[in-house]
Design a protein around this ligand. Structure first.
Ligand code: NAP
Length: 493
């Protein structure tokens, strides 16, 4: 074994072909960094006809990112031009398009090519696209995202609605909103952004709330032209802004969610104060008050939701939905809420990692078999029995804690070190089963100290009720992603 490691480390001479699945934030990043590493034989498979991942799929009114823009960017490609603290979705999408152009990523992308099958055979991954084309590669990086598959609510009569009905991630821009009665199901980050964006346009908006949410006010000032000019003039200043927002997240929010009670009390107090000061009517305030800890569900940042829900044409409906009818939504009190448009802001299946691609590893074992009980990866990035296959933002990545771009960069840095082994004397690299089991046991043991299991329902929880998140600090994550511990891997010469 030692011999393989030594040989693998000493040279990076063997040419390798690497496939990346998905041309969103992580896929673009992978192509850039693989090239920087000297790997030119790269193909990025993208099922859609343009890049951008979640920022391509989501186009709903009010779409923005609630991670400050200066830290929601690649660390090597900071952007001085962000217009506001929290930029709009279209600005973010344009950023990714610009970066992809600058780094000449598009020439590697095969658009409109959906990979449906990946089989490990003879030391290579054999990929098959929906149109029958195939490819064989030495390594594959799944950059397929987390919040990718819309979750549709299982509500009786959903199909019978006569008006326009669509999921927030499949916004129908043909459906007019002006002067119409619009219903929104859900109270997550998405619904909270949509409602303020449309309230002044529509005749009436009804928000169907199953569970109230804690909302933190962060302010969203725009950057003045002189500030943007200063960021442009000084890369150092831009870097300081990145570091400032990264530190704020890491030292407050990221600590709070994994057990720092002091920080958590501060966050909860800020949410309570926001609700107290922003909502006048005591009955509405009562309805908007959650009965679980702040940040148990993904904490929402918004300055616009509370003002919007108090507008005369906005209504908060808290009676449970019993069914959907031709004319609107029927609630448990018997009322029919008549609607012209129904928006399903009901979130995503955040546990369908890499699906629906059929993935077949060593000995014909499928991913579905390997994950029959739970999605268990080694340090979120690799799987025993699936050599030379890597995932970015896979199971138990710290997605609820800080900028997903930082996460992806750190994970990719780790993955590239494993791919380097393939360029040396190593044909196959996969984590050991015992190391993977140890890692997942430690994750489960640590989860008890996090806020996500403190008593709420959220998309973080998998079918066993375990959060698919990282239960430790950012420092630990960064540390663990520094370099692979090769004693925890099987290496084949
Ligand atoms: P979400 O947080 O999962 O919220 C889904 C909402 O739909 C919840 O309020 C849920 O109620 C409700 N719901 C689901 N099924 C329902 C049913 N059958 N009847 C009634 N209500 C139902 O989804 P999301 O708002 O799309 O956000 C998902 C994630 O995307 C966020 O947590 C965040 O990570 C990301 N996101 C980020 C931003 C950003 O600015 N960075 C913006 C949007 C989204 P319950 O709470 O009762 O389950």
């Amino acid at each position: 074994m030692q011999g393989v490691e030594e040989r693998a480390k000493e040279s990076v001479g063997r040419p390798v072909r690497v496939a990346v699945i998905g041309a969103g934030m992580s896929g673009i990043l992978s192509a850039i960094k693989l090239r920087e590493r000297g790997i030119e034989d790269i193909v990025v498979y993208e099922k859609a006809s343009s890049l951008g991942g979640t920022w391509r799929d989501n186009t709903y009114p009010g779409l923005s990112c609630d991670v400050p823009s200066h830290v929601y960017a690649y660390s090597f490609e900071l952007n001085p031009d962000w217009s506001r603290r929290f930029s709009s979705g279209s600005e973010i999408r344009a950023y990714f398009e610009r970066v992809a152009r600058k780094y000449d990523v598009e020439r590697h992308i095969r658009f409109d090519t959906e990979i449906i099958r990946a089989v490990y055979r003879g030391g290579r991954w054999h990929l098959t696209a929906r149109d029958g084309r195939d490819d064989a590669v030495d390594a594959v990086i799944f950059a397929t995202g987390v919040l990718h598959h819309p979750a549709y609510p299982d509500i009786e009569g959903l199909q019978s609605f006569a008006g326009d009905c669509f999921h927030s991630a499949r916004w129908n821009h043909e459906a007019p909103l002006e002067g119409r009665r619009v219903g929104i199901i859900g109270t997550g980050s998405t619904a909270v952004q949509i409602l303020p964006a449309i309230v002044d346009q529509v005749a009436k908006v009804s928000l169907f709330q199953r569970t109230p949410q804690w909302i933190l006010s962060m302010g969203n000032p725009s950057y003045a032209p002189e500030e943007i000019a200063a960021f442009r003039a000084s890369p150092e200043r831009l870097r300081q802004s990145y570091d400032h927002w990264a530190d704020r997240f890491i030292n407050t929010f990221a600590r709070a969610v994994v057990g720092d009670e002091h920080e958590m009390r501060r966050i909860e107090a800020a949410c309570r104060q926001n609700l107290e000061e922003s909502v006048r009517d005591p009955e509405l305030k009562r309805k908007l008050t959650p009965n679980y800890k702040a940040a148990c569900k993904r904490l929402i940042m918004s300055d616009t939701f509370y003002p919007a829900i108090q507008k005369p044409n906005a209504e908060l409906v808290t009676d449970a939905i019993t069914r959907i009818e031709r004319g609107g939504v029927r609630t448990a009190d018997g009322a029919l809420h008549e609607l012209d448009v129904l928006v399903l802001a009901t979130g995503f299946d955040g546990h369908a990692f890499m699906r629906p691609i059929e993935i077949v590893g060593e000995g014909g074992r499928t991913l579905d078999q390997a994950w029959a009980n739970a999605n268990e990866a080694y340090r979120s990035v690799a799987l025993p029995g699936f050599p030379n296959l890597f995932t970015l933002v896979g199971p138990n990545s710290p997605i609820g804690n800080f900028s997903v771009i930082m996460i992806s960069e750190l994970q990719l840095g780790y993955v590239l070190q494993l791919i380097d082994l393939l360029r040396g004397g190593c044909r196959a690299v996969a984590p050991r089963q015992d190391a993977t089991d140890r890692f997942n046991r430690a994750i489960r043991d640590a989860m008890g100290g996090t806020v996500w299991v403190s008593g709420c329902r959220s998309w973080y929880l998998d079918r066993n009720g375990n959060p698919a998140l990282w239960p430790w600090s950012f420092e630990r994550f960064r540390q663990e992603m520094q370099a692979p511990d090769l004693s925890e891997f099987e290496l084949v010469a």
